[in-house]
Design a protein around this ligand. Structure first.
Ligand code: MN
Length: 252
C-alpha cells in the first residue's frame, strides 16, 4: 500500500460518526494515518485558537488522539508533535452538515483543513449535507473514494484547500460530481430562541434552520441543490486583488 501519510481531523469531535467513516475511507488509500481531533464538538469554531487556557491531550488508540481545544488546535498540535515529518495530506470531516457558501467562514471543518493548507500541506474538507428524515452519511459513504481518488496525487497551489460537499441523498440518487465556485446566499440567519434559565436570567440560543435563498449559477449551493457533489477550490488569501490599484489610488 502506498505510504501516503495522512492526518485526519474534524470539528464534530473525536467520537463523531463522520470521523469514524472518514477513517474507514482513508484506510482504503493508506495504512499511515493519524487521527487528531477536538475532544468535543466544535462546530462553528471557525479558525479559532485556544490561547487563554492549556490544552490537554487524550489518546483513544495507537494512532488516535484528541485535544481539548478547537479544530485548529488539533491540526496545529498534530503537525508539531505527532508527525516526524509533515503529512502528505490533511483531510477534515466528514462534517455532520453542509459547509457551503458563507458557511465556510464559520466552519471548524474548513478551518482545520485551512490550517493544513497554511502549513503548506494539501488539504481537503468533507461535509455531508443533512435533512430531517434524511440519509445520514449515505452519499459520502458511497462516493468519497471516487471523489478523493483523483485528488490524492494532485499538486495543489500553496495555501489552497478543496471543499467537498455531499448532498443529502441516497448514494444511488447522487447525480455526479461538479466543480463549482463558492456561492453567497442572501444574508439571512435562522431564528434566535429566547428563554429564561433556571436562575431567572434571559438567554438567547442561535438556530441553524435552513434559509431559502436564490441560487446563482455555477455555485456550490446550486450543485448540491441539484443533487451533485460539489468540489470547490478555496484559497486562504482573502485579498481583493482587483481592488488593490483602486484603493492605492485613494492614498496617492
Ligand atoms: Mn461540525
Amino acid at each position: 500500500m502506498a505510504a501516503l501519510k495522512i492526518l485526519l481531523t474534524n470539528d464534530d469531535g473525536i467520537h463523531a460518526p463522520g470521523l469514524t467513516l472518514l477513517e474507514a475511507i482513508a484506510a482504503q488509500f493508506s495504512d499511515d494515518v493519524i487521527v487528531c481531533a477536538p475532544a468535543e464538538e466544535q462546530s462553528g469554531a471557525g479558525h479559532s485558537l485556544t490561547l487563554n487556557r492549556p490544552v490537554r491531550l487524550q489518546q483513544f488508540g495507537d494512532r488516535r488522539f484528541a485535544v481539548t481545544g478547537t479544530p485548529t488546535d488539533a491540526v496545529n498540535f498534530a503537525l508539531r508533535r505527532l508527525f516526524d515529518s509533515p503529512p502528505d495530506l490533511v483531510i477534515s470531516g466528514i462534517n455532520n452538515g453542509e459547509n457551503l457558501a458563507d458557511d465556510i467562514t464559520y466552519s471548524g471543518t474548513i478551518s482545520a483543513a485551512m490550517e493544513g493548507a497554511l502549513a503548506g500541506i494539501p488539504a481537503i474538507a468533507l461535509s455531508q449535507a443533512q435533512r430531517s428524515g434524511g440519509n445520514g452519511f449515505a452519499a459520502a459513504e458511497g462516493w468519497a473514494v471516487k471523489v478523493l481518488q483523483p485528488l490524492l496525487d494532485m499538486q495543489m497551489a500553496r495555501r489552497t484547500l478543496i471543499n467537498i460537499n455531499f448532498p443529502a441523498l441516497p448514494a444511488s440518487d447522487v447525480r455526479g460530481i461538479r466543480v463549482a465556485r463558492q456561492g453567497f446566499p442572501d444574508y439571512a440567519r435562522g431564528s434566535i430562541v429566547e428563554g429564561t434559565d433556571p436562575r431567572g436570567r434571559p438567554y438567547y440560543w442561535f438556530g441553524l434552520e435552513d434559509v431559502e435563498h436564490t441560487l446563482d449559477h455555477g455555485t456550490d449551493l446550486e450543485a448540491v441543490g441539484d443533487g451533485y457533489i460539489s468540489v470547490t477550490p478555496l484559497q486562504v488569501d482573502l485579498t481583493d486583488h482587483a481592488a488593490i490599484g483602486q484603493l492605492a489610488g485613494r492614498f496617492g
